[in-house]
Design a protein. Structure first.
Length: 263
């Protein structure tokens, strides 16, 4: 009797911070677990100059790791005009596929809001100059982020990382040509709004991510997150959409390649 050979799961963690020192003691084991879980590529995200350099170092070392470079709104208070030159130089590396994470954070407000906006706009200018996609960080700031991006419609593309908006914000993001990144919170017990987004986001706009070491899925909630756990996120999305895990892996891998590799 003929039997179909099971296809391997192909997943990509499109947002990870494994360059941080929280992974220094066991980074190789973390990467081994990720590959065992079916994760065949990882995008390591910079959020200041040091972590951006660290992301590039990892991307140089591993074929299946890519990097982004940028400044998080928390660190915008440290923005200097010279930072543009540093990020431009880092972005010239062939394994750097995007700028960010960048954006606005009105939840913690660790940098004054006008300074957050200035750093965000300067990085958007650089993204246009270099024709690179961007990774957007938002916390309670969609009402400012969306108009800023609308002013650059057609000139900026990217992903709404760790999406936390409702269906209407999802539609506005899609209208801007952005992808929607779904992370660990979709597995939480009180995440009805995000689960509804995960059900309804078009297949060609969906990405999965961990944001490790933070936001671990429910089964590891409160503990260190890592790229292997993107599988639990993909499994939950598959359940919500009534499709197979293999299908989620296939579509999110294709979306990752379309946004970050082919563009």
């Amino acid at each position: 009797m003929n039997r179909e050979i099971a296809q391997p799961i192909m997943l990509i963690d499109s947002h990870a911070h494994i360059q941080l020192d929280r992974f220094d003691s066991d980074r190789e084991a973390v990467l081994d677990r990720a590959q065992a879980a079916g994760v065949h590529a990882i995008l390591v995200i910079g959020f200041d100059l040091d972590t951006s350099r660290g992301a590039v170092v990892l991307a140089e070392k591993y074929d299946y790791i890519y990097a982004t470079v940028g400044m998080h709104p928390h660190d915008a208070k440290n923005w200097e005009d010279e930072a543009v030159h540093s990020f431009r130089d880092l972005a010239s590396h062939p394994k750097v596929v995007a700028l960010g994470e960048m954006g606005l954070d009105y939840y913690r407000d660790l940098s004054p809001r006008p300074i957050q906006k200035e750093a965000f706009e300067r990085q958007l200018d650089l993204a246009e100059e270099l024709d690179l996609p961007i990774v957007i960080h938002n916390r309670e700031a969609y009402h400012d982020i969306v108009p800023i991006l609308q002013a650059r419609r057609g000139r900026i593309r990217g992903v709404m990382h760790c999406f936390s908006g409702d269906i209407e914000i999802m539609r506005q993001s899609l209208a801007l040509g952005f992808y929607v990144g779904i992370g660990g919170p979709v597995t939480y017990r009180k995440s009805d709004a995000l689960q509804e987004v995960a059900r309804k986001v078009p297949a060609d706009a969906l990405l999965v991510e961990t944001d490790c070491p933070w936001l671990a899925p429910q089964f590891r909630r409160g503990k260190r997150n890592e790229p292997a756990y993107v599988r639990a996120i993909a499994e939950k999305i598959a359940e919500l959409r009534s499709v197979s895990l293999e299908e989620i892996g296939e579509i999110t891998t294709q979306n990752f390649e379309n946004l970050f590799i082919a563009s």
